[in-house]
Design a protein around this ligand. Structure first.
Ligand code: ZN
Ligand code: FE
Length: 253
């Protein structure tokens, strides 16, 4: 079992600090900065053993160097990105499993946002760290991969159990919901979700984690092949065609 501490950083990034309850082994997902992580570790009496990077973007690896220097932690990242992830120690290939103390996780390649993007799935805990692949009610921009790859990556995540808690890389939930509402304005679930998220955010709380069940229900990027969604939006194409269309609309939203 892992405990997760959510650390908001920069303007809208999330860093996650995970501790295996049994052993106390601790990891940090995507440290964009180091100071805040060190402070949180100290406050919680934790020692950093690993950094888990989802991809090479600076707002996910910016704290690597300093954290390694100060804590002597080991850094995990995609083998494909071994030249782009600062101070990487352990390179991962698709489908490999690792243990954080007694908590097991599996790594999946999810190309699209970047070529070497990976996600960390603690399948026994039903907890997923998905970086910039899936966002709550949205998905990442496609910078390096193809649209096909991004769609496949999202479909992989969609295949995980409904109870999965999704910890994504950024707080984009409100604007994602506003975009989703622009596609299907009559969807009451979307508008009530937006009201709920606005309340949370106004109190200064993060909107993460989200549950995969609700993502499957209302995240438009999960619904590009959904009959009702196609009817409601007038998007009558194949799933890839619809995906490309709404990704482009979101880029311009
Ligand atoms: Zn990114
Ligand atoms: Fe990012």
């Amino acid at each position: 079992m892992i405990d997760v501490i959510i650390v908001p950083a920069l303007s809208d990034n999330y860093i996650y600090i995970l501790t295996d309850k049994e052993s106390g082994v601790t990891a940090c997902v995507d440290p964009c900065v180091s100071e805040l992580v060190l402070k949180t570790l100290e406050l919680n009496n934790l020692k950093l053993d690993f950094i888990l990077n989802t991809h090479h973007h600076h707002d996910h690896v910016g704290g690597n160097l300093e954290l390694k220097k100060k804590t002597n932690c080991k850094i995990l990242g995609a083998n494909i990105d071994r030249k782009r992830i600062p101070e990487i120690d352990i390179t991962i290939k698709n489908g490999e499993t690792f243990k954080l103390g007694s908590s097991i996780f599996k790594v999946h390649e999810t190309p699209g946002h970047t070529i070497g993007h990976i996600i960390y799935h603690f399948f026994e805990d039903k907890i997923l760290f998905c970086g910039d692949t899936l966002f709550s009610f949205g998905c990442g921009r496609i910078f390096e991969g193809t649209q096909e790859q991004m769609l496949e990556s999202l479909k992989l995540i969609k295949s995980f159990p409904n109870e999965t808690l999704v910890y994504c890389g950024h707080e984009y939930t409100e604007s994602n919901l506003e975009f989703a509402i622009s596609l299907t304005p009559n969807d009451q679930v979307l508008s009530s979700k937006l009201r709920e998220i606005k309340k949370l955010r106004n109190r200064g709380n993060p909107s993460v984690p989200s549950k995969l069940e609700i993502e499957k229900k209302i995240n438009p990027f999960f619904k590009v092949n959904d009959k009702k969604f196609k009817e409601d939006t007038g998007l009558i194409g194949e799933e890839l065609e619809n995906f490309k269309k709404i990704r482009k609309m979101k880029d311009e939203f």
